[in-house]
Design a protein around this ligand. Sequence first.
Ligand SMILES: [Fe+2]
Ligand SMILES: [Fe+2]
Length: 533
Amino acid sequence: MKEYFLKQNIQAEPLVNNWYAWLYLVSPATASMVIANSQNAIMKSYIAMPEIHEDAVKRPEMLGGPFMDFAIRQVDAIKNLYENINTNCQKSIALSEAIKRLTLLLRSSATGDSLESIYESIPEELKGLVELIYDLDNRANFRFIEGLLYKSEYNLHEYQSVLLTEITQDHRPFAMSTPRLPESDQVHIKLPFSDQWYDTFFNMKTIPQSEEDINKIIGQLPNKDFIDRGAFFSLFTKQVPDTIESVALQENDIRIRYFGHACVLFESTNCSILIDPVISYKYETNIDRYTYANLPERIDYLVITHAHLDHVLIEHLIQLRHKVKKVVVPKNGTCFLQDPSLKLFFKELGFKEVIEIDDMESIPIPGGSITGLPFLGEHGDLNIQTKKAHLIKLYDKAILCAADSNNISSAMYHRVYKIVGNIDVIFIGMECDGAPMSWVYGSLYVNKLPRNMDQSRRLNGSNFQKAFDIVETFQCKQAYVYAMGQESWLNYVMCVKYSLESQPIVESNKLVSACHSKDIIAERLLNKKEIYL
Ligand SMILES: [Fe+2]
Ligand SMILES: [Fe+2]
C-alpha cells in the first residue's frame, strides 16, 4: 500500500567531501582554489588549535568567520577528513597550484607580444583547458574552457553526497566553515547531485510510496550495505501532509508569495515562477512561514538573479528539481575564474532545460515575459557578468526582482526606464553594509588582497538614496525590501544579526518612510508575505 510520505522536516545538506556544497565547490576550477586555500587552511588551523575555534564561535562578532562549530571536540575526525580530501583530491589541489603558476607566468612573460609562444609553458594540469588573452590595455589573463573542465579529471562529482537529517528547529552551524560529520541518526546518500534518484526521493514529500518502493530505492544506492535501514525508514511517515493551500486563482490574478530572503513565488492561473529558491522545512515553530507544502505542483520557471550562495542553494535546487520545467539564469560573460557559468552549473546539477538571459533580453512566458535587466555592483568590482535583475511582466503588471543590485549608476536605470517604462512592484535588497569581498572571493586570489582594498570593495547592495532613486525612476506603486538574510532559518548561510542601528535597517526604514510619504505601499519583508495584484 502506498502510504509512506517523506517527512516535511528532513533537511538535505548537499556536500562535497563533507563540506557544504555551493557553486564554487561544483565548478572544478573554483573548487580547486576553495579546497586548497580555504578548507585546507581551516582544517589545519582546527587540528592545531581547536580551542581557538571553540572560543571564536561563542563570540557574536566572529559570526561567519573561518571557525569550526562542533558540539564536542572533533580533532581526530577532522584529521581524517583532511587526509581523505588531500588524498582523493590531489589532482584538484595540483590544479590550484597550476592556476597560481600560470597567473605568475603571465605576469612575467606576457609583454604585449603574441601569447602563442606561451602555450607550451602552460602548466601541464591546465593544458587544453584555458585560452590566453589580453585586454585592450595589454594586460594578460586566461579564461577557462569551463565546459571541458566539467568533463575532465577535475570534476569532483564522485565526492558529492547528501546528508539527510530530521530537524526540529532553525539553528544550524555556519555552513562555510564547519564540515559535516555524519552521525548514526543521519542518512548519508553517496550519489552525485545530478542523479535522478533524488527526484524519486524528494517527490515522496507529496506522493506516497509503499514499503516495497522504499526498499527498492535503498537498493539503488551504491552505499546500500552501509545504510541503516531503521534510520532510512525513519525519514518517512504515514501521516498525510497538511493539505496544500489551493485557493483557486481567478483569471488575471497574480499571487505573490514571499518565502524569505530573496525567494519569491509568482503565480497566475497558467504560470508559476520561483526566484532564488530558499525554502524553510516544516516543524513546530512560532515563526509563521511558507514551506515546501506551499509550493505549486509544477514550477514553470525557476529564475536565478546571481551566483552568490544565498541565491543559489543546491540544498533547495535538488529538492525542487522534479517540479521544475525550465531554469532561467543570467548569461555568463567572462569565463574567468571568479565567474563560473550558471548554465553549466545547472546542467551539472541535472536540470534539463536551462536558458541563459542577457541584458535587456526577454523570453516569453504564458501571459507575459521575463526580461533580464542589468545588475551593477555587489561583487567587489570584479569582472563578474553572471548577474541580472529580472523584470517579470504578467498580464498588465510589471514586477522587478532587483536582488542585491547596487544603484551605482542611476544613469543606467534612466536608460532602462526609457525602454521598459513604469514598474508596478519592486523587490529590492538593501544589504548596504555588505561583507568585505574576501569573504566570498578570498580563496581565488593568488596573492592575498591588501586589507584596505578588501574593506573598500565590499559586497554592498543599495542604500536608501540609491534604492529610492530606483523606486522614483520607475514610478513604482509598491516597494518591498527583501533579501536581507534576517530569517532565522537562514543563519547557517547568512550570519547576519542586525540591530536597530545597523545600516541596512536604518537605510531600509528610511526607504519605507519615504515611500509612505509619497503614497507608495512599502514594507521591509520578514518571514512571510502574500500579495495579490
Ligand atoms: Fe549577492
Ligand atoms: Fe544576497
